[in-house]
Ligand binder design. Structure first.
Ligand SMILES: COC(=O)c1cc2cc(CO)sc2[nH]1
Length: 244
């Protein structure tokens, strides 16, 4: 997969060169390109923002640098399927694991990081000529720009791409119980500051361990995220366990 990120703070995306994603980029599994929007300005101050039409506080990102940057990623005369352009925005479709799976199937993802009060709306309209444009929110809170949202999405998406994380087994487990929260995990020592690891985990009876973990998942989800499960789901989960 090719990933392009356009931002006035490219250094914000540096952590993507660390760890698993960095290694996947080195191995060519991911083709990650971070572009500085200011490289597409032509004035000596490398200006990217200006005052808003209609007045109001703050500044708006000018359209022309964005037009040039998007054209550089995907020229108007390019052939082949349109890349997907993700625009982080509070006014976007809410990002979730299902969207991460969907986007992990794409060949080419482009992320446009807004700053200030946002990007001139005509840029989004123009981009639709050469991209599938999706405004995406990572949650209902205010950020100063799109970069942090891009970090969240790139991590969630890239880890689903074959070869990016060493142990695909963990992805399989997640996918089966997507609706349930993770069970609690423990490691050595068995006794720590007067706190013991649950006995069932020390015994090695895989069936009992599986039952314990599933019960913990259901208890945790019901307690912390009841919105994730409905009565029907609990019945189907119990049915699936009986059949397992
Ligand atoms: C100029 O601000 C942005 O581009 C911006 C992007 C996002 C994403 C948010 C949470 O989903 S809040 C926010 N602001």
């Amino acid at each position: 997969m090719r990933l392009d990120v356009i931002s006035i703070f490219p250094e914000y995306l540096q952590p993507l060169s660390l760890s698993l994603i960095g290694r996947a980029a080195e191995e060519g599994i991911l083709d990650l390109n971070v572009t500085n929007l200011r490289d597409f300005t032509e004035d000596k101050h490398r200006k990217v923002d200006d005052t808003p039409y209609g007045g109001g506080a703050g500044m708006v990102m000018m359209p022309e640098p964005w037009g040039r940057a998007l054209d550089a990623v995907r020229p108007a005369d390019a052939q082949g399927p349109k890349p997907t352009l993700i625009v982080p925005s509070p006014a976007g479709r809410v990002f979730d694991q299902q969207m991460a799976y969907e986007l992990a199937e794409e060949e080419h993802l482009v992320f446009a990081c807004g700053r200030y009060e946002g990007i001139d709306e005509r840029v989004v309209d123009y981009a639709r000529e050469n991209f599938n444009v999706i405004p995406v929110s990572i949650g209902d809170y205010v950020l100063n720009g799109g970069e942090v949202a891009v970090m969240v999405m790139v991590e969630a998406i890239a880890r689903l791409i074959p070869g990016v994380i060493g142990n695909p087994e963990s992805l399989v487990e997640e996918s089966h119980s997507d609706v349930l929260l993770e069970y609690p995990v423990y490691t050595k020592p068995a006794s720590w500051r007067g706190r013991e690891v649950p006995e069932v985990l020390l015994g090695g009876n895989h069936q009992r361990v599986g039952r314990f973990r599933r019960d913990e998942q259901i208890k945790r989800t019901a307690a912390r995220r009841p919105d994730l499960i409905t009565q029907m789901d609990v019945q189907s989960l119990n049915r699936r366990d009986r059949d397992a």
